[in-house]
Design a protein around this ligand. Structure first.
Ligand code: EPU
Length: 423
């Protein structure tokens, strides 16, 4: 019997990244927009869709609910087959968090919805109370049975004022997906303000929904009877953009990123200014140059809901700060267990003292190659950044996590001159 060999990335450090890359469409916009296609009985097409595992899994899921969906060359064509209904297979539901986004559309369209426990990165407890309280406020009866959520609203959903206990991203999206077909006006108060919410609202409005205030704390939705099909382009992936910028800075690189939205990255750009990374910004491009040998300065980072510093960039910037002079404090305030990269960074030579969700990074540390393992999407990206900053060769495991969220990060980095190879 042959043992299963786990793939890894072999990375030789200290190669300066230079050149130009166009970023992909946003993972976390692709998922709610795919769920939105369930709301219409007309075909839709979503463009600039990243070729990532989570997208393919959600396509599999929507195909079990009465639509045909096909991914081809970064576009997903969705064609409803007439009858919409059912529940995602439990194993698929458990393979990503965004599987739970089918609840809002299915409940709004058919008056019933159910979904097994959603999966995703293990970075905290990740409860669903915000989603469930919202469905109840619409008048649905919601039960949780052994991890499975079952919701009924035989009379349809009624618009309501819903104050979220926390501005959950998927929670806001799920309630928006339900509110567009609810009877009357809904106000979602303390809504998440992430740009991906705006992308979803733009798609829904183009389908005929009446949403205002997306991107602000309060979103107002006037329910409509039906929605039409649409062609919708996703926004650029701000986390992929940020990851590439952080990798470029870690190698003292000279990199131009095109097709991006600089305004979605203000928190990262302001941290770059503090640590001494100069970035030139155009309307839809960012160019970053760091002189070889330049010393970066330590700073403090708090990961918060948008427009605060993105939790999805907390691990990557921690990797960068290991090379900054002084002590940087990094506080993760969104997820309670998103510091699993710290031990791996220490294996590369980082000097980090941590307790709970706070870490003190003492730099600059001279990193050297090691064998490390990423335990979630962004932790794996962070270890790639650290391996670039390290002297010698590293092995980074965790490819299955990386593939869930980055379309082609190793290939993009190789195109910028990194010595990186999938083995
Ligand atoms: N929370 C609750 N109750 C809820 C929902 C969330 O208490 O009902 C808590 C969570 O436990 C967490 C905080 O609220 O402490 C934030 O969770 P949120 O619901 O906002 O996160 P999410 O919607 O599950 C999305 C992204 C994540 C990203 C977070 C925060 C998608 C598919 N996922 O998750 O992306 O980190 O928002 O910005 O959009 C990633 O891409 O690597 C990733 C994990």
């Amino acid at each position: 019997m042959s043992a299963v060999v786990e793939p890894y990335l072999r990375i030789a450090g200290h190669r300066r990244l230079t050149g130009e890359i166009r970023v992909n469409g946003a993972k976390n916009a692709a998922l709610p927009c795919l769920a939105a296609a369930l709301l219409s009985d007309e075909p839709s097409r979503i463009t600039r869709v990243p070729d990532i595992e989570d997208v393919h899994r959600l396509i599999e899921i929507v195909k079990t609910l009465g639509v045909e969906a096909e991914f081809q060359e970064n576009e997903v064509a969705v064609r409803p087959l007439g009858v919409c209904g059912g529940s995602p297979p439990d194993d698929l539901a458990a393979s990503l968090r965004a599987s739970f986004l089918v609840m809002g559309p299915m409940l709004a369209r058919t008056g019933e919805a159910s979904c097994g426990a959603p999966g995703g990165d293990v970075i905290g407890a990740r409860p669903l109370d915000v989603h469930l309280a919202g469905f109840r406020a619409f008048g649905a009866q919601v039960d949780s049975v052994g991890g499975r959520t079952i919701a009924h609203a035989p009379e349809g959903l009624r618009g309501a004022t819903i104050v979220l206990d926390y501005p959950s991203v998927l929670g806001t999206e799920n309630l928006l997906l339900a509110a567009v077909l609810a009877n009357g006006r809904t106000r979602i108060v303390n809504a998440a303000m992430e740009p991906e919410i705006g992308c979803l609202a733009d798609m829904l409005n183009a389908m005929g929904a009446r949403i205002s205030g997306a991107g602000h704390h309060t979103i107002t939705v006037d329910g409509v009877e039906r929605l039409s099909g649409v062609v919708h382009e996703l926004i650029p992936d701000r986390i992929e953009t940020g990851t590439l910028m952080i990798a470029a800075a870690a190698t003292r690189g000279d990199v131009r990123l095109t097709g991006v939205s600089p305004s979605h990255l203000e928190a990262l750009l302001s941290k770059f200014a503090e640590i001494g990374v100069e970035v030139r910004r155009g309307d839809d491009e960012l160019e970053l140059t760091v002189n070889a040998g330049a010393t970066l300065t330590a700073t403090n980072v708090q990961a918060l809901p948008y427009p605060g510093f993105a939790t999805d960039l907390q691990a990557p910037i921690t990797a960068l700060l290991t090379g900054a002079a002084g002590t940087s404090m990094v506080h993760e305030r969104v997820f309670e267990n998103r510091m699993q990269h710290l031990n791996e960074l220490r294996k590369l030579g980082a000097n980090i003292v941590a307790g709970g969700s706070v870490s003190a990074i003492n730099g600059p540390a001279a990193l050297s190659g090691a064998v490390v393992r990423g335990t979630d999407i962004r932790a794996t990206a962070a270890l790639i950044v650290a391996a670039f900053a390290a002297e010698g060769e590293s092995r980074v495991y965790g490819m299955r996590h990386l593939a869930r969220g980055y379309a082609d990060l190793p290939a993009q980095l190789a195109a910028l001159g990194a010595d990186i190879e999938r083995v």
